[in-house]
Design a protein around this ligand. Sequence first.
Ligand code: AMP
Length: 293
Amino acid sequence: MQVVHTFAEARDTTGVDLALVPTMGYLHEGHLSLIEKAKAETSVVCVSIFVNPTQFDVAADLSSYPRDLERDLALCEAAGVDTVLVPSAEEVYPEPLDPIDPGPAAEGMEGAHRPGHFEGVATVVHRFLTALDPHHAYFGRKDAQQVAVIRTMAAEHGLDVEIVPGSTVREQDGLALSSRNVRLGLDRARAVGISESLFAAADAAEAGERSAAGLQALVELELQVRGLQPEYVTLADAVWMKPVGEVHREAVLATAVPVGGVRLIDNIVLAPAGPGVVVDRGVRLDRPSILYR
Ligand code: AMP
């Protein structure tokens, strides 16, 4: 495995099928599942580790974001990664670098609650994709709106890259893995209420409930009885991330919930199937996450 600090060193010049897995580090099984998928589908896998300052709308969230490069490099090595790219801020943001418009998929949900967040995401991902020129780039469905923003951004800019989504990976009790989970402390017990509330709606959808009003109200109620207050609960179409009235094509039921001092997001994916609805709840680990090792 090579560890490099510039795009030039990470770029592949031999014409092989290069996959990029962009991360902000403090790796967990969500990241590792993307790496595994990339390894199975492509020939050279590059993982980038860069805590991108421009996508943080709250300074304290950036300064307290967990970091441990040594740990991440050991995990990448064990996962069979070919190249780890750890660029400096100067390498990522040479002057002048115009911000990239994140487009209409960025307007609601996270975009509405985190001003500037998706402009930061679109700008940094555009920079990585143009500087590295990978054939494939892997992103987790846990950040469903991010996948939509990047897909539409890549299409809008004519980038020759396939954006590949990976399933949401969850802890044994259902909590979606996030590097931020290590900051939960005693609030960890309450945080599982987020996935429990979404899964209650998944059960209802599988039993025939297709309306946004019904599904959203159910999640809100389930969160409330667990003492959790969401910033939003929204049923949106999976491509443009616009609110929809019912599940008539693939949709996400997404929420953002502050738990103690940590803001967590989660979603489930719903798709019509004949008269009913099928729900993708992601995959659960069968043992405790490496986050706590
Ligand atoms: P991050 O380091 O949080 O910026 O995440 C890097 C990539 O891993 C993004 O594409 C995320 O969507 C993805 N990711 C983060 N958490 C999970 C998870 N629990 N399951 C699947 N993918 C995830």
